[in-house]
Design a protein around this ligand. Sequence first.
Ligand SMILES: [Zn+2]
Length: 141
Amino acid sequence: MEQIISKETILQLEQLALQARLQKARVPISGYGVGAALLGQDGRIFTAGNIECYGQTPSICAERVALFKALSEGCDQFTALAVCGGPLGEPLRGYCTPCGTCRQVLTQFCPSDMPVICTQAPGDHKLYHLCELLPFGWSRD
Ligand SMILES: [Zn+2]
């Protein structure tokens, strides 16, 4: 039951994640902007940036904002996620992966073999399956 995803879809998700990082990240504390694009099985794509709050504890990652947007809009089956991150105002260097908390939350709501596309430019990414990022995570399976 390997998730199949086309090159065109990967490219589209990469572009939307990169755009979301620049347009949606609200990071007054760290300046580290993250963008995410989550593809639902129904074809909808939910994009988000990370949001920092003073005191840090209530801050939230782009991946979870995208996931919670989707869930709250009635989308609860997912096909792929693209993510990117780095200091705003600088070119991206390296492949940002979801943090531990996001890996667990994604594992709860997404298929364990869902592709996670960690991108630094369109067509330039590392692709993992969710279960590679969090082996033995708590899932609905
Ligand atoms: Zn996170």
